[in-house]
Design a protein around this ligand. Structure first.
Ligand SMILES: C[S@@+](CC[C@H](N)C(=O)[O-])C[C@H]1O[C@@H](n2cnc3c(N)ncnc32)[C@H](O)[C@@H]1O
Length: 242
């Protein structure tokens, strides 16, 4: 069955509100070089891995579950002639057996392990340095729903403001050494590429059985982003020493 994220993220080079420049900064903060071996958990279309291997000459082991993203990653790695530097592993990261690496990444996918704390607990034994991308609230408390006292948070997100997010990370025993936060521009680029990609997909697939469902979801996501998320959602890569 056609999967929402496979449609709306089919054009994203990096599937998070960040940029290639910030991924290069992450690589510098992690001290990467040609001898480094990096683990990238939930590596998507291999955007971050490709940037890091190109810039630092490091090896990257990518673990990803979605066949659509793995196929795109394979194509991109071949085009960039990085097949000797980037290994793609098709697996559920939750059960993937970790080895020892110089750095381990989990960018925008701590849900794989059940949140920030279990992710850091799991990865800290695998590498001396970690890069974990996590959402946080830039404003607190959240603005209420119009005409309602309902809490805007959904059941699956329990994000916190940034100081508490760092405290939560450090409660696992890691030390947060550095922070690479997303700008409004990073967010707009990431979010609005969903709109444009969906628009093109709907034009190309007018009779698709999920077209109306996707159209409605896209409209609701866009409205929520414009009305309140854009003002309060943050995302940052925490660079941690294990
Ligand atoms: C927000 S995207 C981030 C992709 C990539 N880290 C990046 O920054 O471009 C989340 C990724 O997690 C992958 N994913 C979700 N659950 C997974 C699992 N259990 N094992 C491996 N990958 C998973 C999705 O397929 C998707 O590619």
């Amino acid at each position: 069955m056609t999967w929402w994220h496979a449609v709306v993220e089919s054009e994203h080079e990096i599937q998070n509100p960040t940029s290639a420049d910030k991924i290069r900064l992450l690589g510098r903060r992690l001290g990467l070089g040609p001898d480094s071996h990096v683990l990238d958990i939930a590596s998507g279309r291999s955007g971050p891995a490709t940037v890091l291997a190109q810039e630092f000459g490091c090896r990257v082991t990518c673990v990803e579950r979605a066949p659509e993203f793995l196929a795109a990653a394979r194509e991109r790695i071949e085009e960039a002639e990085l097949a000797d530097r980037i290994e793609l592993v098709e697996a559920d990261a939750a059960t993937f057996e970790l080895r020892r690496y110089d750095a381990a990444l989990c960018l925008g996918a701590t849900f794989v392990y059940g949140g920030l704390v279990p992710t850091l607990e799991r990865l800290r034994g695998a590498a001396p340095l970690l890069g974990v991308g996590e959402p946080y609230w830039r404003s607190w408390p959240l603005p209420p729903e119009p005409d309602s006292d309902a809490d805007r948070r959904t059941a699956e997100d329990d994000w916190l403001p940034l100081p508490e997010t760092v405290e939560r990370a450090e409660s696992t025993g890691v030390r947060v050494l550095s922070l690479i936060a997303s700008s409004e521009d990073d967010w707009d680029r990431y979010e609005s590429l969903h709109w444009q990609t969906l628009d093109a997909w709907l034009a190309a697939n007018p009779g698709h059985p999920r077209a109306e469902e996707f159209r409605a979801r896209g409209a609701a996501d866009r409205d929520r982003y414009l009305r309140w998320e854009r003002a309060v959602m943050g995302w940052a890569i925490l660079v941690c020493r294990s």
